[in-house]
Structure formats: C-alpha cells, structure tokens
Design a protein around this ligand. Structure first.
Ligand SMILES: [Zn+2]
Length: 340
C-alpha cells in the first residue's frame, strides 16, 4: 500500500514513487495500490487488477467489463440478478503483505466495508455507510484504522435524520390507521434493493397486514432469504396468491417509478381508498414521505471517525468538502475531499 507513516501522519507515494498527500487521486479514479497491484474501489478503472464492490446498488456495480471482483456472496448474486452479467470473482484477499477483509455495514443486505491491513498500516473504505442497526439486526462493524475513506453523502452539518426506530414506528402507525380506520390499502414506493427489503421486513413483522411486492422485489427478496437474510413473508403481487390478497386491504411495496400506475390500477380494481407513500429521505411534493435513510447523517459520520480513530480521512460523494472541513476542525487530523 503506498501509504507510509511519517511524523504521525499517513502519506502516499504515486506510481513514480513521489510522495503525495492524496493517495486516491480523484473520485473517477478511486484506487489503491497494494504491493504494485491496483485495487479499484466501487468502480472499475482501466488500471484495476481487482475491483472491490461494497454493495449491489447500481451506482456501485461495475457497468462494463471489470477486473475480477471482490465482494460478499450476496452482493455477487444481487449484481448478477440485476445486470444479467456474471462477474469474475477475485478469489484472493492478499496482495503482498496486505490482507483485505470485509467489515459488515448496515447500508443494504450483503453490504460490506473493505479493511486493508499490512506493513503496520490499516485502511478502511466504507462504501455507502449507515451508522445504525438495520431492520435485519445488522450493525456496522468498526475497526481502528490509520486511513479512513468514508461516505460523505450526508456530510453537511445540516443533515440530521430522525431516529430509525421513530420512522419505523410512524410507518407502522400510519399503515394501521389506513387499513383499519379507512379500510384502505397502501402502496409504498421504495428502491428495489435494500430499502424495499427493509420495508417488507418491518411491515410483515409489525403490521399484521398482508404484504404484496412487485415481481422485481420478490426476486431479490428470495435471493436475500437464500443468503440467510430474513426479509419476511411477502408475496408477489402478480402471483395468484397476490391477486387474491389484493381483494382485501393490503400493503404493496413497489419501485417508485411504478407508484402512480399501481395506485390507479388497485383503486380501479378494489373500489376502495388506495393511498401512496415514498420511503425516502429526499422528500416529494406529491406523496407522503417516510425518511428511513440507509445512510448515516452528519452526526453518524462524525461518530464513525471517533470510533475508528484515523489519522487521515478521505471523504467521498455528496458533501465531501463540508465533511472534510468539519472532521479536520473537530478532530485536528488531515482530511482530503475526493472528487468534485
Ligand atoms: Zn448504496
């Protein structure tokens, strides 16, 4: 790893051996050199010998032919299901003196951080990061490191999310009110992988209302179950069972793009109220929103830095510059925002 210790700080050498303070040169070229080999992080780059994929959200999955991939078994299977392509597994975790291992992350089923250790140094790359336990009982795993390359999607001090258990309770209360008091049904829009499975788990566990899902979500639910992630007892809306369940009150979880069409179709079919909501932190003028985030907010990110005690922090995505400044101010360590 081209990071070396010097006066208590981490630095890096570039390919010509010149010392630089920024090992990961840009967001479009996010890579590590480990004993002469290039490990790209959450993107495929032309120089990469191995590509690490932290989780199977599409903005992290290599789009074109990539170097052999290092990822959790669940991430591999979800990538295959979503892209129709097989990725060649890297099948090794050692690069010279450096050993790579996965740390659990609660961002999505199968999501992991990458922890690289060797030659007296440790680096953690978080990928997308959530600081709180998810609906599947998974919490992020924190290991001390010298260099932390961290998600800064919500790294602005103004980003503050409500507690997940409060959002969860709001969702359950609202579903019960619609189904019991209004005798209506609910159609939730939620991203197909990650958010949809969490929502299904919450709804099946806590509402007692039959849960239907879009076919794409049903397939990913089955995949998660095969890997031991218990999503809950939901049925595909297009199955005979799902069509029968739709004759009474129900909750449907469907991709956001299909939300309006699904509401209209079920309102016509059932002649009963069908109300919609989105599970997103981004807000919407047209639909009720429940901000169940699978990213950490600003304070959650600051807590991550405190828990891992790095000497150099790199911030990636979103509010990278604001978070880099806030971390430098609070912890008095060197920070570098990556990318724009
Ligand atoms: Zn993600």
């Amino acid at each position: 790893m081209h990071i070396y210790k010097n006066t208590g700080q981490s630095h890096i050498r570039d390919r010509r051996g010149v010392h630089r303070s920024m090992p990961l040169s840009s967001i479009s070229d996010l890579e590590l050199e480990l004993d002469g080999e290039v490990l790209s992080l959450d993107r495929s780059t032309p120089r990469a010998d191995v590509t690490f994929v932290s989780h199977a959200h599409m903005d992290h999955v290599p789009r074109r032919r990539s170097a052999p991939v290092l990822a959790s078994p669940l991430t591999f299977d979800v990538m295959r299901a979503r892209t129709g392509r097989d990725h060649v597994p890297a099948e090794r975790t050692r690069f010279g003196p450096y050993t790579c291992r996965f740390l659990s992350s609660s961002h999505a089923p199968g999501a992991t951080m990458l922890h690289v250790e060797g030659d007296g140094l440790a680096l953690t790359f978080t990928g997308d990061y959530c600081d709180q336990e998810n609906a599947f009982g998974v919490s992020p795993e924190h290991v001390a490191c010298d260099v932390l390359v961290m998600d800064s999607t919500y790294g602005d001090p103004r980003h503050r999310f409500p507690r997940r258990e409060d959002v969860r309770a709001d969702i359950v209360r609202w579903v019960k009110r619609v189904t019991r008091e209004m005798h209506g049904s609910v159609v939730f829009g939620a991203y197909t992988f990650g958010k949809a499975q969490e929502l299904v788990r919450i709804l099946t566990e806590e509402t007692g209302v039959p849960v239907l899902v879009h076919e794409d979500i049903a397939q990913l639910n089955a995949l998660c179950e095969r890997h031991g992630v218990s999503v809950g007892d939901a049925v595909s809306a297009s199955s005979p069972e799902g069509q029968e369940a739709a004759m009474d009150t129900f909750v449907l979880v469907t991709p956001p793009r299909t939300l309006d069409a699904a509401r209209a179709a079920y309102a016509r079919l059932t002649h009963r109220p069908v109300v919609t909501a989105l599970v997103t932190g981004w807000g919407s003028r047209r639909h009720r929103c429940f901000p169940l985030s699978n990213h950490a907010d600003f304070q959650g990110l600051m807590n991550l830095v405190a828990a891992t005690s790095p000497r150099h922090v790199y911030t990636v995505h979103g509010s990278n510059k604001r978070l880099a400044k806030a971390v430098a101010d609070r912890f008095g360590i060197e920070t570098t925002p990556l990318g724009r």
